[in-house]
Ligand binder design. Structure first.
Ligand SMILES: NC(=O)C1=CN([C@@H]2O[C@H](COP(=O)(O)OP(=O)(O)OC[C@H]3O[C@@H](n4cnc5c(N)ncnc54)[C@H](O)[C@@H]3O)[C@@H](O)[C@H]2O)C=CC1
Ligand SMILES: N[C@@H](CC=O)C(=O)O
Ligand code: NA
Length: 433
């Protein structure tokens, strides 16, 4: 067996500590699979006192110094965030080191710079753990489906919010209680607003869209709404329609008004019929559908968060880049030749569920229907529930541009007989009331 490949591990928290464990426990098998042993050269951490379980000689607070060492072949980054990580990884790549990262925030913000640096240095940049944790998804998109034409990627890619919504739906648990549990289980980001406000899912959606459509997509291109505004009334409204609420990432090929091919990338809560396969994805699990012309519909399901599942994806990448180094080659790099326009959300066609508390008087239904018609939005179903002198009107629309739908909702909220818009949410799948 040849000389060991030496690994610098940056960060040793929820994910990093599991990477250390797996590298140690599976050392023999990993060496056999790669052809040479994989050896930890050092572990950069912020607070060494917390890592007394690691051999003292390995621990350092000088991440830049570790990255620059001549005896390091591969850098594994599990710190998170933009800086100092971007600088560290650019230094690593420029120094001829391959990089494995779980950092969706950085890849979605500035993946292009990192990819360019990796291509220039002729080394690998792999990040399977960054999207949907343990689930093999990025390499299937980049490699297995490279011969097909992907039309849509839709899924649940944030474990924390799925955990919260599942608890709210199943047990009526409060938001804070469910978030606390998700944090304790290691699913939530260091700052959980990244999960709750949809930033984490939006970063993942940008990465997925980039790979699926061979187009550079950044986090700022992604329309984003989190779950902070999902209320008990929304959950109840969904239940009444035999639906559930999920935070969805949706990446699709679309057509612009001029007929050109474009892409739309969005993250928002949506009502899904309980019969939809994504509706049954509970707890912190992730699931992603990929639809392609020749392959049809493919579903990827599994653990998208947590230390060990995420470390599994890191180790998979580590073996891949190590094998490439042993062979003196590199894997597939970035593919962004299509350079499609990213369509603004207002132009994207969606469907809405709208529940309005209205005064129960003659002409209300006609006026509400008129407000939809005025914006060219067609109504699929209407249901009215009377309660004394008030009533709740529940409407589900056919598809219309998101702009037309939000204009309609704004207009409805201003109507004198509309007491409250009890629930307004986009709908995916076929809803039959
Ligand atoms: N926890 C999860 O389920 C998943 C996490 N990820 C990603 O993995 C990365 C790490 O996540 P976690 O392990 O959950 O975070 P964490 O907060 O548990 O660990 C981060 C570690 O990096 C260390 N660190 C921070 N700044 C540093 C610096 N300048 N130099 C050296 N060490 C530094 C911290 O002290 C901490 O130990 C993030 O990019 C995250 O988005 C990806 C998929 C799932
Ligand atoms: N915070 C993320 C962790 C994995 O990416 C999540 O909850 O999914
Ligand atoms: Na993955």
């Amino acid at each position: 067996m040849g000389d060991a490949l030496r690994i610098a591990l940056l960060g040793c928290g929820v994910v990093g500590s599991q990477v250390v464990r797996l590298l140690d426990e599976q050392a023999g098998d990993l060496a056999a699979r790669v052809g040479v042993p994989l050896e930890l050269a050092g572990v950069a951490v912020r607070r060494p006192a917390r890592h007394t379980d690691l051999p003292a000689g390995l621990v350092t607070t000088d991440a830049a110094g570790l990255v620059a060492r001549g005896d390091v072949d591969i850098v594994v980054e599990v710190i998170g965030g933009i800086e100092p990580v971007r600088s560290l990884l650019l230094d690593a790549l420029a120094g001829g080191k391959s990089v494995v990262s779980a950092n969706k925030a950085l890849l979605a913000e500035d993946g292009a710079t990192l990819h360019d640096a990796a291509a220039k240095a002729g080394v690998d940049l792999y990040y399977e753990a960054a999207v949907a944790g343990a689930i093999p998804l990025l390499r299937p998109l980049r490699e297995s489906l490279a011969g097909d034409r992907i039309t849509r990627v839709i899924g649940i890619v944030n474990g924390t919010t799925n955990f919260i919504l599942s608890r709210m739906d199943a047990t009526g648990a409060g938001f804070d209680e469910a978030l606390g549990e998700a944090t304790e289980l290691g699913y939530a980001e260091a700052d959980p607003t990244a999960d709750v406000d949809g930033f984490d899912a939006a970063a993942k959606a940008a990465i997925l869209a980039g790979l699926a459509f061979h187009t550079r997509v950044t986090a700022s291109d992604v329309y984003r709404e989190g779950i902070g505004a999902v209320s008990a009334a929304d959950v109840a409204s969904a239940k009444a329609m035999n639906c559930t609420i999920k935070l969805l990432a949706i990446c699709e090929r679309t057509r612009g008004a001029d007929g050109t091919e474009q892409v739309a990338v969005r993250v928002h809560p949506a009502m899904l019929p309980r019969s939809h396969p994504l509706a049954g994805v509970g707890d912190a699990f992730n699931a992603v559908f990929v639809e392609a012309d020749a392959a049809g519909s493919l579903m990827f399901y599994g653990r998208g968060a947590g230390g060990a599942p995420t470390a599994s994806a890191i180790l998979g990448d580590l073996v891949a880049v190590a094998r490439n180094r042993v062979r003196g080659s590199r894997g597939t790099g970035e593919s962004s030749y299509a350079a499609l326009r990213v369509q603004p959300m207002g132009e994207v066609t969606t469907r809405y569920h709208v529940a309005l508390d209205v005064a129960d008087q003659p002409g209300v239904l006609a006026a509400v229907a008129g407000a939809f018609a005025e914006q060219g939005v067609s109504i699929q179903t209407v249901r009215q529930e009377g309660r004394g002198d008030a009533a709740t009107l529940v409407l589900v629309t056919h598809t219309a541009t998101d702009d037309a739908l939000s204009r309609t909702v704004r207009h409805l909220a201003d109507m004198p007989f509309v007491r409250r818009a009890a629930s307004v949410m986009r709908v995916e799948g076929t809803v039959n009331e």
